[in-house]
Design a binder for this molecule. Structure first.
Ligand code: ADP
Length: 197
């Protein structure tokens, strides 16, 4: 069935080959990822990721929704953190959100794949210290910051795969899609990076 419904392109294959997956882990890892369609602030997970700005000041898009859901204490904690450089991440409590923590990462505005990659790495690097078993990512940088959706999804999926291959204690990584274009892209690419055997 997966062969008949294949929707990926030749460019997808080129991008996919940038990371050599350990196929022996396919069965285990396919169970640890999922796509959620809708509002990330509704997710009861250990951490949701915020596509923040470098001032860590409540803005529009997913950032605005997260601050509204968390309440004013989130901004108060953000104010103590001294901002956040592009490609880096900072963690706070989730306050009134169902999520325990919010990881604020600042995506690139210049389309830099390396900086977007760094966002995913830095967010996942909080796993050990905060004992995160579940984390949900929005489509970082693809809104106001204008990063190409498809390449962004490759970067998200590649980094999730890399991380899960090494780290056994993360139980679930959720890709939170909000725009119809991202739903379609993630549904196609998830089958490449996390094939169900
Ligand atoms: P950036 O500035 O990093 O581009 P945006 O917030 O503008 O961040 O957009 C990132 C993605 O988050 C976009 O796909 C946008 O549609 C999506 N988004 C907006 N609101 C929400 C929400 N409540 N939950 C999940 N995703 C959201």
């Amino acid at each position: 069935k997966s062969i008949r419904t294949k929707k990926h392109t030749l460019d997808d294959v080129t991008e996919f080959k940038k990371y050599k997956i350990n196929a022996a882990l396919n069965e285990d890892l396919a169970k640890k990822v999922s796509i959620f369609k809708g509002d990330i602030t509704k997710l009861e997970v250990d951490a949701i990721v915020n596509a923040a700005n470098s001032f860590l000041r409540a803005g529009g898009g997913v950032d605005g929704a997260i601050h509204r859901g968390a309440g004013p204490l989130l901004q108060e904690e953000c104010n103590t953190l001294g901002g956040c450089p592009t490609g880096d991440a900072k963690i706070t409590c989730g306050y009134s959100l169902p999520a325990k923590y919010v990881i604020h990462t600042v995506g690139p505005q210049d389309g830099s794949p390396a900086k977007l990659e760094s966002c995913y790495e830095k967010c996942l690097s909080f796993q050990e210290e905060y004992n995160l078993r579940s984390i949900a990512f929005p489509c970082i940088s693809t809104g106001i910051y204008g990063f190409p959706n498809r390449l962004a999804a490759h970067i998200a999926l590649r980094n999730a795969r890399k991380f899960l291959e090494k780290n056994k204690s993360m139980e679930r990584i959720i890709f939170c899609t909000f725009m119809p274009i991202d739903v379609e892209i993630y549904e196609t690419l998830l089958q490449m990076y996390f094939p169900v055997p």
